[in-house]
Design a protein around this ligand. Structure first.
Ligand SMILES: [Zn+2]
Length: 453
């Protein structure tokens, strides 16, 4: 059915950080921008080990209205046990801004006939994630793009432009509709190692004289309480820690933040230490080296990288103890005994959920742990408490060092003032009302309501 107006409907990412699902309808064309899973979706009904059942597909989600009942978007299999009958796809395409779960997680529910457009690097992230975890997004037809491409969906033209974020291959979009241009920021920052990319996006967005801008607002807050460094500061401060100690230094960061990986890789190298990574990180790096523009080291070839193997099955580090995808890196294998003996020569990636390895590694007292992730939102965070109990038990010193993937309130204000959109639709934020201080024409979006452009 042809629409006479151009509309936006927000099915996720409204008054929350993450879970973006933005439907753009323009005449005959219907396109989604991102189809993410929100972080707090369903937490009123599901918690811990109480999860929606995979076997029931969308059934458990529909029960609590966690996903909208829209026809022509979901896969037939996912709808089997629901009262929403399957119909042929009524969506022309889905565009993904980047590979974070809160932007791509719910594509697993989409009809496999709907093409998914994403960055070349984003597809590598998705494939690596599917190979090394239980998360499967399904057999979608992926079409990859790079900056400079113009993708035509009917009369609609979508221009992806790279931006800097805490994962490579992140994009914003400039969308040319029949009513004028709409700009979607995706997630972005202006203080990262590739801030030039964000600048390029801003320039193109400004040049397109947008009638509307869909803007993220993660750090659009009254007062920022959490500490924030630039990537360069994280590097400098962690280098100070590593260069001043003869003890082992553990670090934890978001696995797919390859800028942070590079930071610790360089810090280790500068201090004549090796970096010890997990098999999962090794797998991801071995895939990402395909994208030459990312300039990442190959874990199989780079002598500064060692791969940590946990005790599994027989406990004798036999090849057959490990998943097939893990076996490729065994020539670079180190285990707890090696790490224990070479503590002064190592910087080790150690995720919170792998802390039991500390029991085997037996770090010397006064070793270091750099927490290079967001600080917990609440002071009663249980995992945070458990983490500190472990560190105290092993007498490990804790250091918080993180650079955010998002713009500060001031940077975002500057960006909007520069781009000068006629209207703003805030998403990916808990404080859309704060955008009013920047621009008079802000729509405080309500979920699942249609807005005419
Ligand atoms: Zn993100």
């Amino acid at each position: 059915m042809e629409k006479q107006k151009t509309t936006l409907t927000f099915y996720g990412g409204v008054n929350e950080i993450g879970g973006n699902k933005i439907l753009l309808e323009d005449k005959k064309v219907r396109v989604f921008f991102d189809f993410g899973q929100s972080f707090n979706m369903g937490t009123d009904f599901f918690t811990g080990w109480l999860n929606p059942r995979q076997i029931n597909g969308l059934g458990d989600y529909f029960e609590f209205d966690l996903l909208p009942k829209i026809k022509g978007i979901y896969s037939e299999k996912q709808l089997t046990f629901t009262d929403l009958p399957y119909t042929k796809p009524e969506i022309d395409a889905v565009f993904l801004s980047h590979a974070h779960t809160d932007h791509i997680g719910h594509t697993k529910f989409l009809d496999e006939k709907i093409p998914i457009h994403c960055g070349y690097g984003t597809k590598i992230f998705i494939k690596s994630m599917e190979e090394t975890s239980s998360l499967k997004l399904g057999e979608h037809p992926y079409k990859t793009f790079r900056t400079g491409d113009k993708i035509e969906i009917g009369h609609l033209v979508v221009e992806p432009v790279h931006v800097d974020h805490s994962i490579p291959a992140a994009y914003g979009f400039i969308v040319h509709t029949s009513e004028g241009t709409i700009v979607y920021t995706g997630d972005l920052r202006a203080h990262g190692p590739r801030k030039e990319m964000t600048k390029e996006f801003a320039e193109k967005a400004y040049g397109s004289e947008p009638i509307a801008m869909i803007s993220e607002g993660t750090r659009m807050v009254e007062e920022e309480r959490r500490q924030n460094y630039s990537e360069l500061e994280v590097k400098k401060l962690s280098n100070e820690i590593v260069s001043a100690t003869k003890k082992i230094v553990f670090v934890t960061h978001y696995g797919r933040d390859t800028d942070r990986f590079r930071t610790f890789y360089n810090v280790a190298k500068n201090n004549d230490r090796k970096i010890v990574i997990s098999t999962k990180t090794a797998h991801l790096l071995s895939r990402l080296v395909q994208d030459k523009r990312l300039h990442l080291p190959d874990p199989l070839k780079d002598e500064n990288i060692l791969v940590y193997y946990k005790r599994k099955k027989t406990g004798s580090f036999l090849e057959t103890d490990y998943y097939v995808w893990e076996r490729r890196f065994m020539e670079k294998m180190v285990n707890h005994e090696f790490v224990r003996k070479h503590q002064s020569e190592i910087v080790m990636d150690l995720d919170f959920y792998q802390f039991t390895e500390l029991i085997d590694i037996k770090p010397a007292p006064d070793s270091h742990f750099i927490h290079s992730m967001s600080e917990p939102y609440s002071e009663e965070d249980i995992e945070d408490e458990v983490m500190h109990n472990w560190l105290d038990h092993f007498k490990i010193k804790f250091q918080q060092l993180h650079a955010s993937g998002h713009m500060s309130r001031q940077q975002l204000t500057d960006l909007i003032n520069y781009i000068k959109p006629k209207k703003i639709f805030p998403v990916h934020t808990e404080h859309p009302e704060l955008f009013r201080a920047v621009n008079k024409n802000v729509h405080l979006v309500k979920p699942r309501e249609e807005y005419t452009i």
